[in-house]
Ligand binder design. Sequence first.
Ligand SMILES: [Cu+2]
Length: 265
Amino acid sequence: MSRPVAEDLPATLMRGVSPEHTETTMSVMTPIFAGLWEHYIFWSLIVGGFAFGWLFHHSFWFTSKDGEKLPNVDEIKIGVFPKHNDDMRLEVAWTVLPFLLIVWLTYYSWGPLDAMWTSADGGIHGYECEEGQSSNNSIDSSGIISSDCYHVIEITGQQWFWSFDCLELGTSICDTGTETMEVYGSVPVLSLKKGETYLATMTSIDVTHAPWFQHLGTKEDTLPGQQTTLWLPISESMSEESMVLCAEYCGDAHSVMAAKLIAHN
Ligand SMILES: [Cu+2]
């Protein structure tokens, strides 16, 4: 391939964010979070439209005309505290309505968030699979994935790379390797099977890191001397290739501490 000439440069610079590369590098949307996002945006628009509509209406409606003498409704006099002018119905409304909305949004996000941190002891992914057993996972209309059982793998964070260990799983269920990626250089690859659900038990051998599985929308800290866990439910709709980045600043090469997740059939 020839060197990029001047007019090709913007396209070259944009490579990481161009639509044809979006799938592997940039998209961070998963069904479960897409649903939450849309619901929160819906309510933000309602609240924003109401607040700014009210603000603009009152700004113009209560503007005085040039030369107009206004009635002194608050009885403002120099040196005297102004007349107390309140409306109990308004006070109650703007206290109670936002409170109800917050209660609703908390309730609404409860299911998806609970699914993300479900128990490894008979939660929505059941118990660890027996040898040869499949997770047989399925995704519901709100994006929540549930499984018959799960497989255990290990992830170790280290300055500045990830180590994946499939433990005793067969290579058709879990495999590892390395690959060279533009910008990131040589990166570890974790290859998991669609329809299977994995529980990563994680630790770090130096400082705090956090693998961020972009297309699963999840991340969790890895801590030296401690074990943390992260669910990796690989649904049939999962994109074939996605990135794993470090989401916890861990030193000089933090920004290139990447890995690749392959979801295969
Ligand atoms: Cu990091």
